[in-house]
Design a protein around this ligand. Structure first.
Ligand code: ADP
Ligand code: MG
Length: 154
């Protein structure tokens, strides 16, 4: 198993969190999977908003807590944004997710992904969000050597 790498960044505002995600967005090739980990209000959805903007999407990004998933169209890739906070059993949703993960034209971001861990690829980028102040968040990126390219420019 390849060793994971980790790096941490501190952001001081929602805008800064979006900017970090926009930089990563520029590096995307398609097929990437992000697992976003952290308490409510730690900035996971804000990160997705920046990523969608960075890919040129003008769709509005909001938490898919009730609908479980949102899809954002960009000129090139399609972003799938899942939030499984309210999901009690994987069932048919996991099957749908598995199809999405297998398509290299998609970029998938998952909040509260514990319930679907079994079907997530091992080579995913995990981002841990911690609230360390009113408007301060620490982002810890855990990634594989193969996904070094995603961190370019940060
Ligand atoms: P989550 O999806 O993790 O529940 P959201 O992104 O929906 O979190 O909400 C984060 C909240 O925290 C927003 O209200 C946002 O304005 C606020 N916030 C304050 N500072 C930051 C920061 N540095 N990064 C991200 N969000 C921040
Ligand atoms: Mg959220």
């Amino acid at each position: 198993m390849a060793t994971k790498k980790a790096s941490k960044l501190v952001t001081n505002s929602p805008d800064e969190t979006e900017q970090i995600a926009q930089i990563i967005a520029k590096n995307l090739k398609g097929g990437e999977v992000f697992e976003l980990v952290g308490d409510l209000g730690s900035g996971k959805t804000t990160f997705v908003r920046g990523l969608a903007k960075g890919l040129g999407s003008s769709d509005s990004v909001a938490s898919p807590s009730f609908t479980l998933s949102h899809k954002y169209d960009t000129g090139s890739l399609t972003i799938y944004h899942f939030d499984f906070y309210r999901l009690n059993q994987p069932g048919v949703v996991a099957l749908e997710l598995a199809d999405i993960l297998n398509d290299p034209r998609n970029v998938t971001l998952i909040e509260w992904g514990d319930i679907v861990h079994g079907i997530l690829p091992e080579e995913r980028l995990a981002v841990k969000f911690s609230q360390t102040g009113d408007t301060v968040r620490e982002l810890e990126f855990n990634y594989f050597p193969d996904s070094d390219y995603l961190m370019k420019g940060l």
